[in-house]
Write a protein that binds this ligand. Structure first.
Ligand SMILES: [Zn+2]
Length: 116
């Protein structure tokens, strides 16, 4: 069996988490995806349409980042619980090559493609 370097993966995941939290912060959002009320949208935009478009685009980015952050946090939790590398759906081992490519994976390739 190909053994995983869990400690290296944990460090990668922690780095990824910090980076995502920073990116969210730059977008004026909290790690849970709420936009901070102290961030002012659109002073530089003259018309409301542009402000809405800007806000919508920002929310889309925030959503994507929050989704990634959730996955990273889930993977970290699984390391804590000792279930890292086990498919959350079918309980089979996730191939180390997949975990190296995507350390936040919690599903094997089969379940991932089945569940979308
Ligand atoms: Zn599976």
């Amino acid at each position: 069996m190909n053994t995983l370097d869990i400690e290296a993966i944990r460090q990668d995941l922690e780095k990824a988490r910090d980076r995502l939290v920073d990116q969210l912060d730059e977008l004026g959002a909290t790690p849970s995806g709420d936009l901070r009320s102290d961030v002012d949208y659109g002073d530089s935009f003259a018309d409301a349409g542009a402000v809405t478009a800007e806000r919508t685009e920002r929310l889309g980015l925030v959503d994507a980042l929050v989704g990634q952050l959730r996955e990273v946090e889930k993977a970290l939790e699984r390391i804590e619980q000792g279930t890292y590398g086990i498919c959350a759906e079918c309980g089979k081992e996730i191939p180390p090559a997949r975990l190296e490519a995507r350390p936040e994976s919690t599903l094997c390739v089969d379940c991932k493609s089945r569940l979308g």
